[in-house]
Design a protein around this ligand. Structure first.
Ligand SMILES: NC(=O)c1ccc[n+]([C@@H]2O[C@H](COP(=O)([O-])OP(=O)(O)OC[C@H]3O[C@@H](n4cnc5c(N)ncnc54)[C@H](O)[C@@H]3O)[C@@H](O)[C@H]2O)c1
Length: 296
């Protein structure tokens, strides 16, 4: 009996060019799935496409902005014309800034909510319609965060988007259950990916974060990828509407507030890491970062 049953299943992974999405793409490919990588990152996506194809996986990369409904429709059309089905959707694309709430500008709020929440919604909406029309007993996994419930100063827009993703997933799990489609949510804790690079490079903050993880290490992208594999496999046939912390116990403890550490470092006039977030005290303009992505 094949408990995973992933051979020749077609999986769309948003944010698949980096971090958790990339680890998931590699793990699911190793189990025989066809992989569609949807990401803004042309270089990372193409590299992974090549890597997966070289190891015998049927894989394509399609440059996609998940917050753009036209691009999401195009992604779904290309997936269907290439693989003739979509069995599984994994929503990993995500962004976060770092700003005190009163410094949060409208563009940062929109960018965060559009990417994380609207992006997850557009993919769930478009793909679940295909699954229902074609009577596919599909699987959807949305990546939220332990910050959907645990507040951290400096990431209000991010935490709001993650709370909404968890809420969206619960409602969707209920609506799609009669069609045999499972919708589950993973709530990662601190995971060592490019998104967390600058946070983990600040020694005082990294040390504090480590103290808050009972299992005693920072998470790895593969830790999350393995739970994605479980949730989309036949092992989790009867699991829908679940919200699973993958955090080494961090959700039991809470999480320190990144902002305070950056502010403390600033007071000591120590060199701040080159962090692509809003840093009003350094006259950093998050628009440069957001628009930089648009120009790619
Ligand atoms: N790393 C952590 O500690 C952690 C903790 C909790 C939750 N998460 C969540 O896990 C998911 C994956 O994050 P990660 O840590 O692997 O980060 P990452 O930065 O390594 O990967 C995120 C990917 O999303 C892509 N992306 C960003 N905006 C996009 C858009 N508009 N359209 C398409 N792709 C876009 C990026 O290009 C990147 O490849 C995110 O939703 C994140 O919020 C991460």
């Amino acid at each position: 009996m094949n408990l995973l049953n992933l051979k020749n299943k077609t999986v769309i992974i948003t944010g698949g060019a980096s971090g958790i999405g990339k680890a998931a793409a590699i793990l699911l490919a190793s189990q025989g799935a066809n992989i569609v990588i949807a990401d803004l990152d042309q270089e990372g996506g193409s590299q992974l496409e090549h890597q997966l194809q070289s190891s015998g996986t049927k894989a394509i990369f399609h440059k996609t902005d998940v917050s753009n409904s036209h691009q999401v429709n195009e992604l779904v059309e290309i997936t269907l014309s290439t693989f003739d089905t979509i069995d599984i959707l994994v929503n990993c694309a995500g962004v976060s800034g770092l700003s005190a709430y009163n410094d949060l500008i409208e563009e940062e709020w929109d960018w965060t909510l559009d990417t994380n929440l609207k992006g997850t919604h557009l993919l769930c909406n478009t793909v679940s319609k295909v699954m229902i029309e074609r009577e596919i007993k599909g699987r959807i996994v949305n990546i939220s965060s332990i910050n959907d419930q645990i507040p951290v100063a400096g990431i209000t827009a991010y935490a709001t988007s993650k709370a909404a993703i968890s809420g969206l997933s619960r409602s969707l799990a209920l609506e799609l259950a009669p069609y045999g489609i499972n919708v589950n949510t993973i709530r990662p804790g601190a995971i060592n990916t490019p998104m967390m690079k600058e946070i983990l490079e600040l020694p005082s903050l990294a040390k504090e974060l480590l103290k808050q993880i009972p299992r005693g290490r920072i998470g790895r992208p593969e830790d999350v990828a393995k739970v994605i594999l479980f949730l989309i496999s036949d092992l989790a046939e009867w699991v829908t509407g679940a919200e699973i912390p993958v955090a080494g116990g961090m959700h039991l403890v809470g999480e320190t507030s990144y902002l305070y550490y950056f502010e403390k470092e600033m007071q000591h006039e120590e060199k701040l890491p080159d962090i692509p977030f809003t840093r009003p005290w350094k006259n950093y303009n998050i628009l440069d970062f957001i628009n930089g992505h648009d120009e790619e």
